[in-house]
Design a binder for this molecule. Sequence first.
Ligand code: NAI
Length: 371
Amino acid sequence: PNALENELLKEKIRSANIVGIRSRTHITKDVLNEAGKLLAIGCFSIGTNQVDGHAARLMGIPVFNAPFSNTRSVAELVIAEAILLMRNIPVKNAAAHKGKWLKSAANCFEVRDKNLGIVGYGHIGSQVSILAEALGMNVYYYDIAKKLSLGKAVACSSLEELLSLSQIVTLHVPETPLTRNMISDKEIALMRWGSCLVNASRGSVVNIQALTSALESGRLLGAALDVFPDEPASNNDPFVSELQKYDNVLLSPHVGGSTVEAQHNIGTEVAEKLVRYSDTGSTIGATNFVQISLQPNNNAQRFLHIHKNEPGILREVNYVFTSRGINIAGEYLQTDSEIGYVIVDTESCLGSEIIEELKAIRGTIRVRMLF
Ligand code: NAI
């Protein structure tokens, strides 16, 4: 139920072939040094910051995660928030909780035929686009990369253009130096009077001071924030934000991707990647490793050889087989600047002494034999 801390983690990891962790278990280089049998790490989470991926790569250990398992969950929340904001429900809800009856149609709009501006047309942004069009919204998006428009969505040539067109702006960019304070005074001043802002990306993307000024002035009718510059480390820590005093702001505790379905997807996606790597050597989806995608070959014995990327190693690997007159049925190699990963399928059934010979090759990091 809890993340293992340093010493206990080191003790447990010594005997592990495959390890699965959530986001609070930190696998540092120090911990990896104890993991002599470890073949792979599965992060049952979206990110992999909790693992020293570079150190793991140099030890021949691929790290897998489930990057898109909660994409749909975020997109659904964003659409729900857009509708609630356009109907001014956050204000009416807060009033009703205090015994006030704010029955009025003023400042309440359908989302149909309204312009939705999506900043960042990646996995989440494009899902939001599909859902929004199904509701009859006009979708505009801005992305620094060239993207294929889905449905009738229209690409904007600048963020400025998108902001000036949209009645609702939703942010789906990663945290980068370019996106830090991406929505600040200058940008909010370009937004339409009475528009709404949704941020379920990263807290650093919106400048909170600029947002509160826009709420005070009435330029923004409302906002929904799921992410914040300072988020509590746990549910036991207090949440403090200047936005708490605004009834027209929906605040949620970074739960855009937190659904039962997303958790289920994480479980199956990471488990599948681990099983595939264990059974076939396929590293597709590894975040820190060269990618090889292979089907199992039932007619061959398969050897996996991970080595430092130095000249001549492949020749030495091949020599282990050819010197015995063994036919190589298939060979797949991928390298990056530091490591090489070769998979050799042989037609003959070989004994484990081959493994020892492969291990003895200079620069070898890890060797495995599959049947
Ligand atoms: P993605 O990588 O699929 O898409 C991001 C898009 O933003 C890409 O198309 C990229 O080209 C674009 N982009 C990058 N820099 C840009 C810039 N300066 N201007 C315009 N476009 C830019 O990422 P995904 O999966 O769609 O996630 C988006 C965000 O959502 C991330 O920040 C992620 O951390 C956050 N997220 C939040 C969750 C929550 O619980 N609230 C859950 C999952 C993701």
